[in-house]
Design a protein around this ligand. Structure first.
Ligand code: PMP
Length: 422
C-alpha cells in the first residue's frame, strides 16, 4: 500500500498484468485518460537534450541554435504525426484546453459555434460569448451527423465552427469525425477536432479526416505536463489578434510620434506563442509522437481492443456494475471506459479500489457534466467542478462476491450506506 511519501512501483504499459508479482505489490494506474505516464523513451530523449538546453529564437549562441532547431523540428514532427497539409500551422500551446481557447479567440466576427452537449468542458466552454448552439446528445453516430446537418442547414449565412471530440473521455466511444467534417463543409462551416483522447490511441490524420484543426495534450500522449498542440488552417489564426501579447509574437515594435505603439505581428505560429517558448514541452511531445509512430498504431489499436474486450467482459460479470455508453454495444471505442456501481458513491469506490487493490481510477463527473446527466438520467449528483458522481442508489440485492466483501469493509470505514452523502 503506497503513500505519497512512499510510492509503489507503477506497472508498465500492460496494466492488466498481475497485481502481485514475485511477492512485490504493484500499483495499477488505470487513469491514463486523465494523464498518462511519461514513456521512458521520452525521459531519455529529454535527458539527451539536457546539455543543449538553451533559449529559443533568441540568439546566435550554440545552445540557442540547437534549441531553436529542436523546437522547429518538433513542430515538423507533430505536423507529420497529424498528417498536416502543407499550409497547416502547428502552434504549441499548454494543452487541449489552451488550444481550444486560442482558437476561440481567433474566430472571425459573428462566427456561430455548434457543439454537442456531450463534449468535455474544454470543448464546450471556450466559445462562451459567441452565438453557440448546443445540440442534444445523439444516441447513434448517424444521429450525430443528421443533427449537425440539420442545425447547420437552418443556420444563417456567415462564419460557422463545429467543435467535436474524437473519442469521449467518459465512454471512450469514437465519434464519426469524417462524416461530421463532411457535413460541416457541405454547409460552409469549419470544424475543430478535440483529439485529447483520440490521438493517444488512434491515428489522427487531418487531411484524411478533412478537419480544419486538431487539438491535443502532450500529457495524455505519454509526454509530461505543460505542452499541447493546435494544428490546422492558418487563415483564421493569421487574421486574429495574438493570443498573448509580447515578445516572440511581434516582428516590429515602434513608438509613434503621437506616443502610441505601432506593432507588426508575426503571421506564422509565433503570432500565438508570445513569451519564451516551452522547448522542453514541445520536444517531449515530438518525442512521444515519434514513439507512437514507431510502435505503430495498427499494433496499438489491436492490443487495446483485446484489453478492452477483456475488461468489458469481466465487468459484465460483476453484479451492480454498469458500463456507461452513449452509442450502445456496437460503438467503436478507444481503451477508455467508465462505469457506475450500484449503491456506491464514485469517490468512495475509487478510494476503496486504491486502498484495497492498489488500483488507481479517475472518479467524478469527468469534466463533462451534461454528458453524465444524459448517461445517468437523474442519478448524477450536482457536483462541484468535476466532482462526485454516484451510481443509482440501493443495494444490488446479489450476495457479495469474495472481492466485494473486502470492498464492503472499506465502505463501512467511510461510514457509507448513504451513498449520495458525498
Ligand atoms: N478534451 C477531452 C476529451 C479530454 O479528455 C480532456 C482532458 N480530460 C480535455 C479535452 C482537456 O485537456 P487538458 O486538460 O489537457 O487541457
Amino acid at each position: 500500500h503506497g503513500t505519497a511519501d512512499e510510492p509503489l512501483p507503477v506497472l508498465g504499459n500492460d496494466v492488466l498484468a498481475p497485481l502481485v508479482t514475485g511477492g512485490e505489490v504493484y500499483y495499477a494506474a488505470l487513469d491514463y485518460a486523465a494523464s498518462a505516464p511519461v514513456l521512458r523513451r521520452v525521459w531519455d530523449d529529454l535527458a539527451a537534450y539536457a546539455p543543449y538546453y538553451g533559449s529559443v529564437h533568441r540568439g546566435a549562441g550554440h545552445l540557442s541554435q540547437v534549441s531553436t532547431r529542436l523546437y522547429e523540428e518538433s513542430r515538423a514532427t507533430v505536423a507529420r504525426f497529424l498528417g498536416c497539409r502543407p499550409d497547416d500551422e502547428v502552434v504549441f500551446t499548454r494543452a487541449t484546453t489552451d488550444s481550444l481557447n486560442l482558437l476561440a479567440r481567433a474566430l472571425p466576427e459573428g462566427t456561430r459555434v455548434f457543439v454537442f452537449e456531450t463534449e468535455h468542458h474544454a470543448s464546450l466552454l471556450p466559445w462562451r460569448g459567441r452565438h453557440t448552439t448546443c445540440l442534444r446528445a445523439p444516441r447513434t453516430p448517424e444521429q450525430a451527423v443528421a443533427a449537425l446537418d440539420e442545425a447547420l442547414h437552418a443556420a444563417p449565412a456567415g462564419p460557422k465552427l463545429v467543435c467535436v471530440t474524437g473519442a469521449s473521455n467518459v465512454t471512450g466511444e469514437i465519434w464519426p469525425v469524417r462524416e461530421l467534417a463532411a457535413a460541416a463543409h457541405r454547409h460552409g462551416a469549419r470544424i475543430v477536432l478535440d483529439a485529447a483522447q483520440l490521438a493517444p490511441h488512434h491515428p489522427v490524420d487531418i487531411a484524411e479526416l478533412d478537419v480544419d484543426w486538431v487539438a491535443f495534450s502532450g500529457h495524455k500522449l505519454y509526454a509530461p505536463f505543460g505542452a499541447g498542440v493546435l494544428a490546422g488552417r492558418p487563415d483564421w489564426l493569421r487574421g486574429a489578434e495574438p493570443y498573448l501579447s509580447g515578445g516572440g509574437a511581434s516582428r516590429r515594435v515602434a513608438r509613434r510620434a503621437d506616443g502610441a505603439l505601432d506593432v507588426e505581428w508575426h503571421t506564422n505560429a509565433a503570432r500565438h506563442e508570445a513569451g519564451s517558448p516551452n522547448v522542453i514541452g514541445a520536444y517531449a511531445v515530438a518525442s512521444a509522437c515519434r514513439a507512437l509512430e514507431e510502435a505503430g498504431f495498427d499494433r496499438l489499436v489491436r492490443r487495446e481492443r483485446q484489453l478492452l474486450a477483456r475488461v468489458l467482459e469481466a465487468l459484465a460479470d460483476v453484479p451492480g456494475v454498469r458500463v456507461l455508453s452513449l452509442f450502445g454495444e456496437e460503438a467503436e471505442r478507444v481503451g477508455v471506459l467508465s462505469f457506475v456501481v450500484d449503491g456506491w458513491n464514485s469517490s468512495h469506490f475509487a478510494a476503496a479500489l486504491s486502498a484495497e487493490y492498489g488500483i488507481g481510477v479517475r472518479d467524478g463527473m469527468f469534466c463533462a457534466h451534461p454528458l453524465l446527466r444524459v448517461l445517468l438520467g437523474g442519478a448524477a449528483d450536482e457536483p462541484g467542478e468535476c466532482g462526485g458522481v454516484s451510481g443509482p442508489s440501493g443495494a444490488s440485492g446479489a450476495a457479495p462476491e469474495p472481492g466485494e466483501r473486502s470492498l464492503n469493509a472499506v465502505r463501512a470505514s467511510f461510514g457509507a450506506g448513504t451513498p449520495d452523502e458525498h
